[in-house]
Design a protein around this ligand. Structure first.
Ligand code: 6PG
Length: 245
């Protein structure tokens, strides 16, 4: 766990860490798989990366971008996580369009059918999966965390937290607007090599402490289920870490 003084410093430090990590991954492998998150600090981190000249150290054309969750809205809607990511950073990067795997929108081939859209995304994940798997082993999977302890669009006590089958699911009646979303499931999140939870602010202190205590089920505090196969990193600011023992 790393604790930084405040949200802006946290965003800068996480951005610098991500650049270094991607450079390391690309030195070892032809391609890197990175999962982005929405939310204030998640997008703040991307904006910080946009301001870092060091971002040019990464060969972005070899980076696959995925999303941990998406607000199921039309393409270009300002509330979509991908729209915010493009505005904050992606428009500045020399990405390979075929490696930018946005989640479907309500004006896509499946229209408003979130189940079909989630199944379509599951198919996309499977296309890039190693033999025997149905999703890539993501090098870094970024997650914001809500004040209720949710990660991606897996909300406390919601059916999605019990889903063990598909890699991507439709989520309805989300307590955080908009009500319809698409999310990766715990199973796929937990197949990532590294999971980084990034959280800032006093309202995150309690769920962070509960999740890190290891005493609460992931169906109750979903952030408990945020872990990777090689590393799990919590990146917090002082306010977010205030209730840790
Ligand atoms: O669609 C979203 O909003 C997210 O992807 C969500 O999981 C987010 O990361 C957390 O809710 C934290 O958001 P804040 O940083 O804004 O609290």
């Amino acid at each position: 766990m790393l604790v930084h003084p405040d949200g802006p410093v946290l965003a800068q430090a996480a951005a610098a860490r991500l650049v270094t990590k991607l450079v390391d991954v690309l030195a070892e492998r032809d391609e890197a798989h990175l999962v982005l998150t929405g939310g204030t600090i998640g997008i703040g981190m991307l904006a910080a990366l946009g301001g870092l000249p060091l971002r040019e150290a990464v060969d972005w054309s070899r980076v696959h971008l995925w999303w941990g969750d998406e607000r199921f809205l039309p393409t270009g809607d300002p509330d979509r996580n991908d729209t915010q990511a493009v505005d904050a950073l992606l428009r500045l990067l020399p990405l390979e369009p075929g490696r930018v795997h946005t989640m479907p929108a309500t004006d896509g081939p499946d229209g408003e059918d979130a189940e079909a859209a989630a199944a379509r995304y599951a198919g996309e994940l499977a296309r890039f999966a190693p033999a025997g798997a149905d999703a890539p082993a993501f090098d870094v999977l970024l997650l914001g965390m809500g004040p209720d302890g949710h990660i991606a669009s897996l909300f406390p006590e919601h059916p999605g937290t019990r889903e063990t089958g598909p890699s991507a699911i439709a989520v309805h009646n989300s307590p955080k607007p908009p009500p319809n979303r698409i999310s990766l499931t715990f199973r796929v999140i937990q197949q990532a090599r590294e999971v980084w939870v990034i959280a800032s602010g006093a309202e995150k202190a309690k769920p962070a402490a509960l999740a890190l205590s290891g005493t609460v089920d992931q169906t109750v505090i979903p952030a408990t289920g945020a872990h990777g196969t090689e590393a799990t990193l919590w990146l917090l600011d002082r306010a977010g870490a205030a209730e840790l023992g």
